[in-house]
Design a binder for this molecule. Structure first.
Ligand code: ADP
Length: 262
């Protein structure tokens, strides 16, 4: 707590009153800390692939370029790391745009069925490659929700993409969408690796990963769920997670349908 007393009288011998300004700076300090922690995290996340790219270029230049096999392997790594950098920058830009509410003005009627069909097409390749049993059950007559369509799609894609990423080959991913008591429920369920109980409260923090090495290996940025959280909030909704280690996870988004304006 920060306290500031101000003398109100010009004559120093005559005090006619004291005004006190009491301001709670703990919240401000917390925000400042979060901001500088975020900057440190971003720098670290950007630096890791850059260091690796620089290292491989250096090794290529000092001779490895003459060996065709080595050259190909190193160039592949450089390509993967460059793509990771691109994804990271895209995610950072998305996060900052959502946080600044840049898109809250573009509110439109979103046909949930249509968006999920588009996502099915986007993930088809990965689903086939991993032999995932992918089931989608969307109620036929869902009313439209009102919001930014691109953000809504990004939210669903992040959840479905995670479910596929964190489910071993041959597993199952289910996507459900239904209406109940004037709410739209969206459920993404998988039979994947699951999430330890103690990690669940921190899951939606930027850059929080249960297993950093695993997330890196499968190309994650650690920002997907932070983006999801902000989009859910922009739709006045809420998100719940239930999970069991080595059994699977279930992410449920509830979006109220009443009180929405188009
Ligand atoms: P990432 O890019 O690492 O996937 P996210 O923000 O999307 O970042 O998710 C944060 C972390 O939450 C992941 O690193 C992973 O540990 C965990 N996670 C998210 N979705 C799932 C899931 N369906 N199954 C198991 N773990 C998950």
């Amino acid at each position: 707590i920060y306290t500031n007393f101000i003398r109100l009288d010009r004559d120093p011998n005559r005090i006619i009153g004291i005004m006190a300004l009491i301001q709670d700076v703990t919240e401000m300090r917390k925000l400042e800390n979060m901001r500088s922690e975020f900057v440190a995290n971003v720098s670290h996340e950007l630096k890791t692939p850059l260091t690796s790219i620089a290292g491989f270029i250096e090794t290529l230049k000092s001779g490895a370029i003459d060996n065709e096999k080595v050259r190909k392997r190193f160039l592949d790594i450089i390509e993967i790391e460059t793509e990771r950098l691109g994804r990271l920058i895209d995610d950072l830009l998305s996060l900052s745009a959502i946080e600044n509410n840049k898109f809250s003005l573009t509110r439109e009627e979103i046909n949930v069925n249509e968006v999920i069909t588009e996502i099915n097409d986007m993930v088809e390749g990965l689903v086939t490659q991993k032999h995932i049993h992918y089931h989608v059950e969307v109620e036929a007559s869902l009313p439209p929700i009102v919001g930014n369509r691109d953000w809504f799609k990004q939210m669903m894609l992040n959840l479905i993409d995670n479910a596929i990423k964190y489910t071993p080959e041959g597993g199952t991913v289910k996507v459900l969408a239904y209406k109940k008591y004037d709410n739209l429920f969206l459920v993404v369920k998988d039979t994947g690796i699951g999430i330890p109980k103690q990690d669940i409260p921190r899951l939606f923090e930027r850059f929080y990963r249960v297993d950093k090495a695993r997330s890196r290996k499968i190309g994650g940025t650690g920002l997907g769920l932070a983006i999801v959280k902000h989009i859910v909030l922009s739709l006045n909704g809420e998100i719940r997670v239930s999970s069991e280690l080595n059994k699977g996870s279930e992410f449920t988004v509830r979006i109220p349908l009443l009180g929405q304006r188009s």
